[in-house]
Every structure is written in C-alpha cells, then in structure tokens.
Design a protein around this ligand. Structure first.
Ligand code: ZLM
Ligand code: CA
Ligand code: ZN
Length: 392
C-alpha cells in the first residue's frame, strides 16, 4: 500500500529467526532480544517484505561456531547452567575463565540456542552474498562484535560477524568491516589483526577509564611490525560525547571514501549498532535516525555487495526505527516510506512520538553537550589518510 516494490536487477535478503527474540538476559539487563520483534513488526507495517527475499534461518552448527571459537569454550557454553541451577562443582573456575555468569554476560535459559541462532542468521546472510544471490543481505540479529575466540564479553558470547567474514573470505579477496556501534569493535579487530584481507574500521566513544571496552585509540592501527601483513589494517575513530549527524556523516564519508579508493574491498560487512543514536540507554552520541542511516546509504552507493548486521541498541523503539529505516534504504524505498509510523502497526503505542525520525528533543530530555571539536575531527581524518599511504 506504500507502493513498496522490488528494486529492479537488485536483490535484498532479510534473515531472521523469531525463536531468538523470545530469549531473556534477565528483567533489567539492557540487552532486549525483543527489539528484533519490534523491528520486524515495523518493517512489515511499511510493507517492506514484498521488496525482499525473506529467510527464516536455522541455528549454526557446532562445527560452524568452531571455525572461530575454541572447542573448550563451546563445550562449556553448551552445558553452562543458568544462575538458578546447581553449579558444576568440579569446574568452579570455568565461568571466570570464559567471563560467563557476570552481570554483562549472564547465563540464561537457552543461551546456547540463542547464540547459535544469532550466528545462523549472520552465516546465512553471508552465504547469500558469496553465492551472488543477494546484493545486500540483512542480519539484524547479529553484530555481536565483542566476543573472543574463547571468551564472552560485553553481552556477546559468539562472534557472528567473525564467522560471517570467514565465510565471505572464501570467495572475496578483501573484506571491509565497518562498525558504527557506539562501542569499539574489539573482537572483530582482534580476530583479523594479522591479515591484510580484512580491514576493520570502528567509530566509537573512546574514554578508556569510563567507557567499555576501553580500546580503540586513534594510534592503534594493527600490528606494529611492518613484516606483519595486518599492519595498518585496523582503523579506529575515537569520539567523545554528543557528536552530531553533520559531524558524523562528514567523518564517515571522508574516512570510508578514502578507504574504499585505497583498499578496494570486494565486499562490505557493516555493523549497525543502534546504541550510537541519541537517547540510547547506554550510548552517548547525538545521532538521529537519518544520520545513522546516512552511513548505510553511503556504503550502498559504493556499489559493492554488503552484509549488514545489528549490534547494540538499548532503547528498543529507536532501534526499531533505525533498522526499519535502514531496511528501506537497502531496498531503495527510503524516499517513499511515510515518516509517520503506520496506523496499523502493532506496538504503535511503544513509539511515543509517531514519527520515524524523532528530533533530539523528542529522543532525550536534554541533548548531550557536544565534546567533539572540529579541529580534533580534522586531525582524525588526517591520521587515517596517512595510515592509508602504507596500504598496498
Ligand atoms: N557492570 N543489569 C556493549 C557492552 C557494554 C563493564 C561495568 C555491570 C552495562 C550494564 C547488566 C541488570 C555492544 C562494562 C558494568 C553493571 C562491569 C556495560 C545487568 C546496566 C546493567 O542493569 C544492568 C542487573 C548491566 C550492564 C548496565 N554494561 C553498561 N555498559 C559494559 C558492556 C555491547 O553494544 O557493543 C554490542 C552488543 N560493561 O562497562 C563493567 C565494566 C559490569
Ligand atoms: Ca563501533
Ligand atoms: Zn554497543
């Protein structure tokens, strides 16, 4: 009814599994898998599924998870009992060893299924790209960028992005990973630290003493040894509180444009963490849905196949707005979908303001003070351009 049609000669695929959304980290934990239901509901209300190939994906297998994660970590993750179950008295140190069971990465019912579903969604999306069946493959259930080979971290247990990139590397010579979550994409950066076949770029709030995970300084560009092929292939864009759409879009295009020219990736993996939006429960930036979406539009304009992942995002109504808008950008309907949330949308009452694009004032009581000077942002761009001179 909104005249949403399939783009001609262009395929967008949407990968999801409704089962995943039923899992709970705990009543007050900031990560709400339910935000995926809200996203899907908004996407559907706008009629977008008609313009895409829609897949309900299966869980990733142990073998698939094992292409990155260690067997001993996976074996423990499978058996790990929720908080309210008796502990494994023979292995009291395992939870500490794998960083499981704390407040960030709690053990909950169905944890292993939740993890393998998220990984299954991202792997399915990556495979649609490697088989040339999709131009843009969407995996909002993925984007869990902090997980390490043998360790959970920051709400992430299985690094679906690393698994998906390993899949892309089977047919693509060079992968550009871009991460617009407000947190540093440390797990993905670390996983591809020693290769020049993946360049990682993370935009994030950087304040090591107070903001998670504390890594991702401007000068951290991969291995220090020039003999290591991964040298210069990690790009970090450290930012402060309150960055605006205009500043972020300028930074993003200056940096990604230069990287695209120099590195010539054959595929893009874009993590779209929505905690970089204004009014996020954990975030610190002043980005609006339009500014966040502009990053997706710019990547699409490069004409390279792309997998887009979710990630953080702790104010569910804004997560749903951003990811629905970004789905519309993928199918080229962003100039056609009405700004007003559809009358018939289930959950409509959750959106408080009935627009897809709340103003800063609508997103939070008082916009955050912008602590990013123009001078510092120019320094960042100059540093990145200088790094790129070393990239063959
Ligand atoms: N405490 N409950 C982003 C991952 C961010 C580490 C400080 C926990 C929270 C946070 C958990 C209900 C992505 C840290 C924080 C309090 C040690 C983080 C449970 C509130 C709650 O109310 C909460 C009891 C919890 C966790 C806040 N944790 C805020 N920030 C970060 C991890 C993940 O978006 O990048 C990708 C999905 N952790 O700052 C502490 C140092 C644990
Ligand atoms: Ca980031
Ligand atoms: Zn985040």
């Amino acid at each position: 009814e909104y005249n949403i049609v399939r783009p001609k000669g262009y395929t967008v695929s949407y990968h999801a599994t409704p089962e995943m959304e039923k899992h709970h980290f705990g009543q007050t934990h900031p990560m709400k898998p339910w935000r995926l239901t809200l996203t899907k509901s908004l996407v559907t209300s706008y009629g977008m599924p008609f313009a895409m190939d829609n897949y309900v994906t299966r869980e990733a297998t142990y073998e698939e998870l094992n292409t990155f994660h260690s067997s001993d970590y996976l074996d423990y993750l499978i058996t790990a009992a929720p908080e309210d179950q008796p502990r494994d008295i023979e292995n009291p140190d395992k939870e500490v060893k794998y960083n499981l069971g704390g407040s960030d990465c709690p053990l909950f019912h169905g944890l292993y299924n939740y993890c393998s579903m998220s990984a299954g969604v991202s792997l399915d999306a990556a495979r649609k790209i490697t088989s040339n069946q999709s131009d843009i493959a969407i995996a909002w259930a993925g984007g869990l960028h902090h997980a390490k080979r043998y360790e959970a971290s920051g709400f992430c247990y299985i690094n679906d992005i690393v698994l998906a990139i390993l899949q892309l590397l089977r047919t693509h010579p060079r992968v550009l990973y871009i991460d617009i979550d407000v947190h540093h994409g440390d797990g993905v950066e670390e996983a591809f630290f020693s290769t020049d076949r993946v360049m990682t770029v993370s935009f994030h709030k950087y304040h090591p003493e107070t903001f998670f995970p504390g890594t991702g300084a401007l000068e951290d560009n991969g291995p220090k040894s020039e003999h290591n092929p991964g040298a210069h292939h990690a790009i970090n864009v450290p930012l402060q509180d309150g960055i605006t759409d205009a500043q972020y879009e300028w930074l993003f295009e200056s940096i990604i444009g230069a990287i695209n020219e120099r590195y010539r990736p054959s595929v893009i993996a874009l993590q779209c963490g929505a905690d970089s939006l204004a009014g996020d429960r954990l975030g610190r930036f002043n980005l609006r849905v339009e500014g966040h979406g502009a990053c997706v539009r710019y990547c699409k304009s490069l004409g390279i196949p792309m997998v887009v992942f979710g990630g953080g995002g702790y104010t569910p109504r804004n997560v749903a707005r951003a990811w629905a808008y970004e789905t519309s950008i993928a199918i080229g309907a962003d100039d056609r979908i009405p700004e007003t949330i559809p009358e018939h949308a289930p959950w409509r009452e959750h959106f408080i303001h009935e627009t897809l694009f709340p103003t800063l004032e609508q997103s939070m009581h008082e916009p955050r003070h912008n602590r990013n000077s123009e001078k510092r942002l120019r320094e960042i761009v100059t540093h990145v351009h200088e790094q790129l001179r070393f990239v063959a």
